[in-house]
Design a protein around this ligand. Structure first.
Ligand code: FMN
Length: 360
């Protein structure tokens, strides 16, 4: 069976499955592994400096000849150089979320790069397409990292009903072939997954941190605004609990102490910390403590995702982590998802012909 959809045609991948960008997780290793397995992968460049991103793109190209994409924030430092790298290296697609830049979209589209925004609310779908989106990724509230308020299937329904003429991708809570089959049956052109790719043997996340994800339960992965002022889904741990219990003054003190501690270990000035916090917080109504905490957020996340101390950092995650209990390679994962999806779709076909009573 061929799982070809308008998504696979637009992105040049074998299967209608996107590996989404995840800061410090969607590195060249993971992207190369996901695209080689037949999915389409995005490099997480929103947390990179321009030179680092350029090198990461080159690294991917030494590992694979399959097409891949780059994820950025239009407000990050050095974004123009990152865009130039994407153009120079002819990456296939660009993904972005909040506050898309019309200038960047126009520039990359002129170079044939597909624009793939993620939206978390139906009201953003029309505007995203008007700005030039070639594909819409609709992330429901159960998804990992920054997330919206509408559950995946409801958001998908709302966006499909708008009939905007671009491929629509379901995102948030997917992990298997039944989910892919259900999304295709619902009218989506594919699925996008973050947490499921983080929990592969190809992701660079330290094993201690992966184990914390594997131990998590679906009801203990809440949304909090305490890390950077925006709703973000993370696994509940001591670090998040203490952030959650801070009032305004406590938040400010905690933020300053954190900023000072990180400054001791990292080559970054207090001014840079505050600057990046303000940039992240531009669209939000945050207190000073939250703004400084937003500036600290990358360092707090890295404690878990890079340094391998899950108890000292925070763990951005989709609720689906609570349903995942293994670490397959990307190839094993994609083969499993595709064969499960094919079986589900064949069984549904058999059911409609009266040959069986159960689709699965
Ligand atoms: C650890 C982690 C880091 C993330 N970092 C980013 C990021 O840098 N840029 C971005 O657009 N989305 C980011 N996200 C969101 C994911 O790309 C994706 O949209 C989300 O995980 C989908 O939900 P799922 O985890 O249920 O599959 C992150 C998610 C996780 C779990």
């Amino acid at each position: 069976m061929k799982l070809e959809t308008s998504l696979t045609k637009a992105l040049g991948c074998r299967y209608p499955i996107i590996q989404t960008a995840m800061g410090w997780v969607a590195t060249p290793e993971l992207v190369a592994a996901s695209v080689d397995s037949g999915a389409f992968g995005f490099l997480a460049a929103a947390v990179m400096q321009p030179a680092e991103c350029d090198q990461a793109i080159r690294d991917i190209k030494t590992k694979t000849s399959a097409p891949f994409g780059v994820n950025l924030h239009s407000f990050q430092a050095g974004v123009e150089q990152i865009v130039d790298s994407c153009i120079e290296h002819k990456v296939a697609a660009l993904s972005y979320g909040r506050a898309p830049s019309p200038k960047i979209i126009e520039k990359v589209k002129g170079e044939g790069i597909r624009c793939v925004p993620t939206i978390g609310a139906a009201k953003h779908a029309k505007k995203a397409v008007a700005l030039g989106a070639d594909i819409l990724v609709c992330q429901g509230q159960e998804g990992g990292g920054h997330t919206g308020e509408t559950p995946t299937w409801l958001l998908l329904s709302q966006v499909l009903e708008l009939d905007l003429g671009v491929p629509v991708v379901a995102c948030g809570g997917f992990k298997d072939g039944r989910g892919l089959a259900a999304a295709l049956a619902y009218g989506a052109d594919g699925i996008a997954m973050g947490t499921r790719f983080l929990l592969t043997s190809d992701s660079p996340t330290p094993l201690q941190t992966k184990e914390a994800y594997l131990k998590s339960v679906v009801t203990n992965i809440p949304v909090s605004t305490k890390l950077d002022g925006l709703p973000q889904r993370m696994i509940m741990n001591e670090r998040l609990r203490s952030l959650e219990s801070s009032g305004r003054i406590g938040m400010l003190v905690r933020a300053l102490v954190n900023a000072w501690r990180f400054k001791q270990h990292m080559d970054v000035s207090m001014l840079d910390l505050v600057r990046s916090g303000i940039a992240m917080a531009r669209d939000t109504d945050m207190t000073l403590g939250q703004t400084i905490m937003a500036a600290n957020a990358p360092m707090i996340i890295q404690q878990a995702m890079v340094q391998g101390s899950p108890q000292d950092g925070v763990l951005p995650s989709g609720q689906v982590a609570g349903l995942i209990d293994d670490l397959p390679s990307c190839t094993e994962l994609i083969e499993r998802i595709v064969s499960e999806a094919e079986l589900s779709l064949l069984n549904i076909g058999a059911m409609t012909r009266g040959e069986t009573e159960h689709a699965i």
